[in-house]
Design a protein around this ligand. Structure first.
Ligand SMILES: [Zn+2]
Length: 492
């Protein structure tokens, strides 16, 4: 990976092609497609114009940090524990002492990598400043066609419009958790929230969804869902993919476009449970997007989404059938009355998780902004200030540890998290549009699949993202649709 990265650095760091692209962009009378191609290429070159010696140092430091993360195992209960083991325990246990121990173990990686991450931030800043940006945070956004001021404005709007429903949801949640752990609500601490960062809401608002899928062929269900939506390549995509777990296989899930010539695949570890049902719908959503880009009309460099958050937002949108009563009865085989009873509870659980996730995004995006503005400040304290402010999670008494460094994205996917938040905004806006005009993604499937293919997939990266969002949803990207979707309490 390191040597491939170095080769990429060398290609894009050449100053002459970069200067030539800048001159070509000035050329009068260019057509829109050519301008778009030159603009995107120019950004790719600009991102690597810092001295290649700094870029190589960053690449080496990143590879080392990545290796530390992937090989680190926490010490817990006298043995080496994986993240999965600790996180399963956080979700399942009802014993305060046990969850506290698991939570603390999950944060053990922090002190191991904190110094290296501060050093990496200084290096990334140095490279950003060498090409005229204020710091790495600003550079990453601008090189990715996001305006920092506009993003801050969006963060504030999200904060304002989700604060009340989040507080109401969390009050309900705290009542459940106090009962679960047999504690006073005032005694709840970060380890009681079922997730090391309270990224999602523990399953308290709906019965467990796993039993629905225990006897189901979840791959078959996902394939039939996309066939009925009109995505006939789904079987070819699945045939090329790596679907099931085996010994020594990477535990994650992703989708990848191998060649932009139609070889799209997904990598999964499917099991028969609710999480993998959603993950399948999500990752296959990525694959139909990539597969649906117009390869006949578009040149290689535009066979892409215009901004990663559109692809991510669409994949999140694709998870919605799992809380749809019609899908639950037609596809999963629930009795319609049972589906009608369960679906609203599952939708409430989803809304609760969405609220938790959005507030967590605010914590991490604000943290990264401050981190790159000044990597030498008291980051341990800043982290808990933000968690208290946005997520209402009280800091543990006297804790002074680099808990920020325990989140893998801070290290290996820096300044990426805003894409998840913007993706949620897009997903909510797309849902509103399709519900209003086509009667719903699943209910309107004779038309909704076609609409998405034509409006979202076909154009690839032909338009800049603000234009594509407006073309597809009829409005510029905003927070109104998300705000309307997270009302709490839910009528259940
Ligand atoms: Zn995704």
């Amino acid at each position: 990976m390191e040597s491939a990265d170095r080769a990429v650095n060398r290609h894009y760091s050449r100053p002459k092609p970069y200067q030539r692209l800048l001159r070509l962009l000035e050329y009068p009378g260019l057509d829109a497609l050519t301008t778009r191609r030159l603009f995107r290429l120019q950004l790719a070159y600009r991102s690597k114009q810092a001295p290649v010696e700094i870029l190589d140092r960053i690449t080496r430091a990143e590879a080392q940090v990545q290796e530390t993360y992937s090989t680190f195992r926490a010490q817990f209960d006298g043995h080496s524990a994986t993240d999965n083991e600790l996180e399963d325990l956080l979700r399942a246990s009802r014993d305060s002492e046990r969850v506290k121990a698991a939570w603390e173990a999950r944060k053990q990686i922090g002190p191991v990598v904190a110094d290296a991450l501060r050093q990496l931030a200084r290096l990334r800043n140095e490279a950003a400043r060498a090409i005229g940006f204020a710091d790495f945070w600003q550079a990453q956004l601008l090189l990715d066609e996001l305006e920092p001021d506009r993003l801050l404005h969006t963060l504030n709007a999200v904060d304002t419009s989700t604060r009340k429903p989040f507080a109401a949801m969390k009050a309900d949640l705290d009542r459940h958790l106090a009962q679960r752990f047999n504690l006073a609500q005032l005694d709840l601490r970060p380890w009681h929230y079922g997730d090391p960062f309270f990224q999602e809401t523990p399953e308290v608002f709906a019965p467990p969804a796993d039993p629905l899928y225990a006897e189901r062929d979840v791959v078959g269900l996902a394939a039939e869902t996309y066939r009925q939506l009109g995505f006939r390549n789904i079987d070819a995509i699945l045939a090329r993919s790596d679907l099931y777990p085996r010994k020594g296989k990477n535990q994650h899930a992703y989708a990848v476009d191998i060649d932009r010539e139609g070889d799209v695949r997904t990598f999964l570890n499917v099991e028969r449970n609710a999480r993998w049902m959603s993950t399948l719908l999500h990752e296959l959503g990525h694959t139909i997007y990539q597969d649906g880009i117009d390869r006949a009309e578009l040149p290689y460099d535009l066979r892409d989404d215009p901004q990663g958050f559109l692809n991510e937002g669409f994949a999140m949108f694709c998870e919605q059938p799992t809380t749809n009563p019609a899908w639950l009865s037609e596809m999963v085989g629930l009795v319609p009355s049972e589906a009608a009873r369960l679906a609203p509870q599952m939708a409430a659980q989803d809304t609760a998780s969405l609220l938790a996730f959005v507030r967590w995004c605010l914590t991490i995006v604000h943290f990264e902004r401050a981190f790159y503005a000044d990597p030498d400040q008291d980051l341990n304290r800043l982290w808990w200030d933000l968690e208290e402010r946005y997520q209402q999670i009280p800091r543990p008494e006297r804790r002074d540890a680099p808990d920020w460094a325990a989140k893998v994205h801070v290290a290996t996917a820096p300044v990426y998290y805003q894409k998840y938040l913007l993706g949620r905004l897009f997903s909510a806006q797309l849902t509103r549009k399709i519900n209003a005009d086509l009667g719903g993604w699943w209910e309107g499937r004779a038309k909704s699949g076609d609409f998405i293919k034509r409006e979202l997939f076909m154009p690839g990266a032909r338009y800049a993202w603000p234009e594509l969002v407006e073309r597809v949803t009829g409005q510029p990207l905003g927070v109104e649709a998300l705000a309307a979707a997270v009302a709490w309490p839910r009528a259940v």
